[in-house]
Ligand binder design. Structure first.
Ligand SMILES: [Mg+2]
Length: 270
């Protein structure tokens, strides 16, 4: 059995549109007995369930994949804590409702500012976050992507919102729940041993590829989003590079021998 860990923005889709037949092929692979699909997006602009719904609207059939996003890792972390927290969420209404559905603060809770991909950010929220931080609240981020690639270009993401707070309040996030950081990797590490072969496909070197490399996976960089060949450094090197995920899929389906060493060194650029 093989597993595919797939990023979404810049890998499977741009904006609301599949990159070529990426979504269709992912469904085919997910419904086969040969592959399990894990969607490893860092996008937290929606709560967990609404993220799944959005992926369904994109065409990914929910029975064909499991979603591992920073909110899931955050939720898992909360369960491990004995302290009660008063969490100020810098996030969309969808994200806030999702978190509030499973977490209720108690009196005298420790204060935390949690930053996500807040597409509804306003000045009042930033000021309130500042009040928390100045009163000694912990500073956590769901993920630290500075921007999200769309069909129109880059838009500011959670990492940029956190940077703004860092700059004003001279405070650094102490915990991050997204790729490529420790808690995310720890979560995924529990899944990897179930499979003989695991491929990680993503468009971003410093999140996707870095996270896959940390776990020793076959890492596939696609050039349809953030990173270009010029960005590759010795510090973060993917196992292979493809122009887009569709070409990778066609090679993946044509591999006769999973242990063929040439596969992991293949570079496909038409
Ligand atoms: Mg991406």
């Amino acid at each position: 059995m093989k597993a595919l860990f797939l990023d979404v923005d810049g890998t499977l889709a741009l904006g609301g549109n599949s990159i070529g037949k990426a979504i269709e092929t992912t469904n085919k692979l997910g419904s086969s007995d040969e592959f399990d699909i894990f969607i490893t997006t860092n996008n937290t602009s929606l709560g967990y369930d609404e993220t799944k719904e959005k992926l369904s609207k994109l065409g990914l059939k929910s029975e064909n994949f499991e979603l591992i996003n920073p909110e899931l890792v955050f939720r898992n972390y909360l369960l491990s804590l004995s302290d009660s927290l008063d969490i100020l969420i810098i996030g969309t209404e969808s994200l806030s409702k999702s978190i509030e559905s499973y977490y209720k603060p108690k009196q005298h809770s420790k204060r935390v500012v949690l930053v996500g991909f807040d597409k509804e950010l306003n000045y009042g929220k930033l000021v309130e976050a500042g009040r928390y931080l100045e009163a000694g609240a912990s500073f956590w981020t769901l993920h630290q992507d500075s921007f999200c690639p769309t069909e129109y270009g880059r838009i500011p993401d959670a990492g940029s919102i956190a940077k703004l707070l860092e700059l004003v309040y001279d405070s650094q996030p102490s915990i991050d729940f997204g790729k490529p950081n420790e808690l995310y990797c720890e979560y995924v590490k529990t899944i990897v041993p179930r499979y003989e072969n695991v491929f990680l496909v993503g468009d971003r070197l410093n999140t996707d590829i870095s996270f896959g490399n940390r776990l020793g996976l076959n890492t596939v960089l696609v050039l349809t989003g953030d990173s270009s060949i010029e960005d590759i450094s010795l510090a973060i090197t993917p196992s292979c590079i493809y122009e887009d995920i569709n070409i990778f899929y066609s090679d993946l389906l044509n591999i006769k021998d999973d242990n063929d060493p040439s596969f992991t060194h293949r570079k496909r650029l038409n």
